[in-house]
Each structure stands twice: as C-alpha cells, then as structure tokens.
Write a protein that binds this ligand. Sequence first.
Ligand code: PMP
Length: 407
Amino acid sequence: GAAGPMDAALRARARQVIPGGLWGHLNAAKLPDGYPQFFSRAEGCHLWDADGREFIDLMCSWGPIVLGHRHPAVEAAASAQAAQGDCLNGPAPVLVELAELLVEMIPHADWCLLAKNGTDATTACVTIARAETGRRKLLVARGAYHGAVPWCSPSVAGVTEEDRAHLIPFEYNDAASLEAAADRAGADLAGIIVSAFRHDMGVALELADPAFGRQARSICDATGAALILDDVRAGFRLDLGGSWETIGVRPDLAAYSKAIANGHALAAVTGGERFREATTRVYTTGSFWCTAVPMAAALATLTELRRIDGPARMRAMGERLRAGLDRLAARHGLTIRNSGPPAMPLMQFEQDPGVRLGEAFCAAALRHGAYFHPRHNMFLSCAHGEAEIDTALEAADAGFAAVAAIA
Ligand code: PMP
C-alpha cells in the first residue's frame, strides 16, 4: 500500500498512464506496506518522500549515490559544466580528463569508453569480446543480473531463444561448474562474465572466492577468451581500482555505471590493450553518450572518493551497521544473517520463507525513519557517518521489536 495521501494520489494517476505504475526495479509494488513510490528530495543520506516523511536512506538510489545526495563538490562541477553546455556536437574537454583518470585509477585499464547505463556497458563488453576473439560463446552465472536487454534480462517476456543462443550457464564460485561450462564452449569461447560478488536477488550474498576468480582468469588466459567483470553495482564502492582488486584478479574488460558520477547518468567500459582495436570496430553510441555534465560529475565524484578514501569509510560504517544489527537482534532473541561486503549489506532472518519477517522488520523500521530493503543488497554512502548509522539502528530496534512480536 501507499505511504501517504500524496503517494496514493500519484500512484493512482501513474497507473492510468504508465504500465504497472512504474517500470523496472524501482517499482515499489513489491516492497512492504507503507513504502513510498515517489520522493520529493534528498540531502546527504537523508531522503524525503512525496508526503514529506524523512528517512535515513540505506538504498542510495540502488547504488548511484556514493558520496551522498547532492554532494556539493559534485553538484558544483556539474553546474559549472551545465553553464557552458551539456549536449554538444561532440564531447567537452572533460571527457579526456575523465578518461585519463579512469585509466590511471584502474590497473587493468589502458582505455575507456563511456555510455549511459550499466546495460550499455555490459552489452558493449560482450560485443567487444566477440569482435576481438571472433567467437560466440559467453559463460554467465546462473541467477546473475547483467542488465535489462534480451541477452541478459531476468524476464523472458519478449525474448527469443536466439537472443540467448550462445550463453552457457555456470554456478558462481563453483570451480567444477565453471570448468564444465568452458569445456562445453570449447574453441568457441568468447568470454566469461562475472559480477563483483554473488548478489542474486533474495538469497544471501556471497563474496567472490579468490580461487574462483583465479580460475576464471586462467581459463581466459589459456583459451584467449575475455574475462569480463560486471562492476556496475559494486564499482567504486569496494575498491577504486575495480572490485576484483580485492581478490587480486584483473579482468580484460570491465563495465561500470551506478556510483561513477554520484547519481548523474553515466556508464563506462574499461579494457586492456589487446581489446583496443576491436573496440574501434564495434559500433557503440547513443544520443546522450557524450553529454558533458555527467562527465564533469564523474570527475568530481572519483576525485573526491579518492581524496577521502571512500571505500574505507563505507566499509567502516557498514561494519558499524552490521555489528549494531547483530547486537540488537540478539537483544530481541532473534537470529539474523548478515551477508555481503559491509558497504553493500543484506540482512536476513533465519527461517524466513516468503520474507515475512524481513518485510515486518522493514515496514516498522520505515515507520521509525530508516529505509531498509528486505531482499536486495543495500548501499551505504560516504554521507553515512556514525550518527546516521546509529539513527538507522534506532529504527532497526523498532523493526526487531515488530519481528519479535510475530516470530
Ligand atoms: N549489472 C549489474 C551487476 C547491475 O546491478 C545492474 C543494475 N542493477 C546492471 C548490470 C544494469 O545496469 P543498468 O540498470 O544501469 O542498465
């Protein structure tokens, strides 16, 4: 149900003119009762819905907000660029500066190209891998999310078998299944695409096993296939050099979006020297792919993340949140399971089929001013300090009380 009278009125109007009320992952229909669909503003890690209720934001727009909403340095850079122009006959000079920074920050990167969405970037990686190798097969982990076009969409509505003809599934973190999938592909193996960690919806998150990462690397080295890291969700939150720096494995190609420009629309592909020439042959473009404002925002975002060591800060605050949740759950006699990197956490209750307890927790925490998610990994930002984490934990305390009453 809706959050308040304004939210209810907007949802009713939206249902008339927008199929299902809203497309995609931001549709609030699957969230617990009382979650708003519409928001009016945000600042730092505070979020206000259309009815004016305020929350500590633990979703950060599902990833893009990494420094905090309306970060002053990012917005100043974006405004300064906007005053000069945004959508021109070609990119602004800031493109070169940003590309140089990405290539400097990301160890495997010798070049980059920019786009708008994560799906643009993952799809470009796959196309580049096929163009360079002249092969077709792509190994994809079962249950992984790589975007919203036919080759990778989680829904098969409107998708043909042919769209997925050359995909071979494997189990993430499972050496035997990766080996078997590579054998099936044989001499036609173009690439292996992996996410930074296992973040399938509704199940516990699983960090990448370094041995699994090394195995994927060595299969690609032995066969000439491309190791593609889909870092769209985790990129620039865990490690500024790319998320698999944390396990010491470097991809050939990587896809980024979400956090790259602190909420401005941008995506990036980075790659090694071997894939440079093929990338010039692949046709990648879009009407808005060279707009300057998001590039200026990205330059400011990455510069600030590096200056303050954003990943370390988000990790520390994520650990504080996790420790607090453990402590509170125990006090209420409840068993929870925290999973994922601290900066991108998921909390689940033991014995909770249907996520009834998780939803009760979230609904009550929301009423007490914190926006948690029951099924999807959450996202911290650099605007979450100790005080804000503690405020979220007070709301969580109310959430646990609600669960204890029905468990
Ligand atoms: N890959 C991963 C791992 C993602 O999490 C997402 C977005 N949730 C995508 C790709 C697709 O990105 P976008 O929605 O920007 O196209």
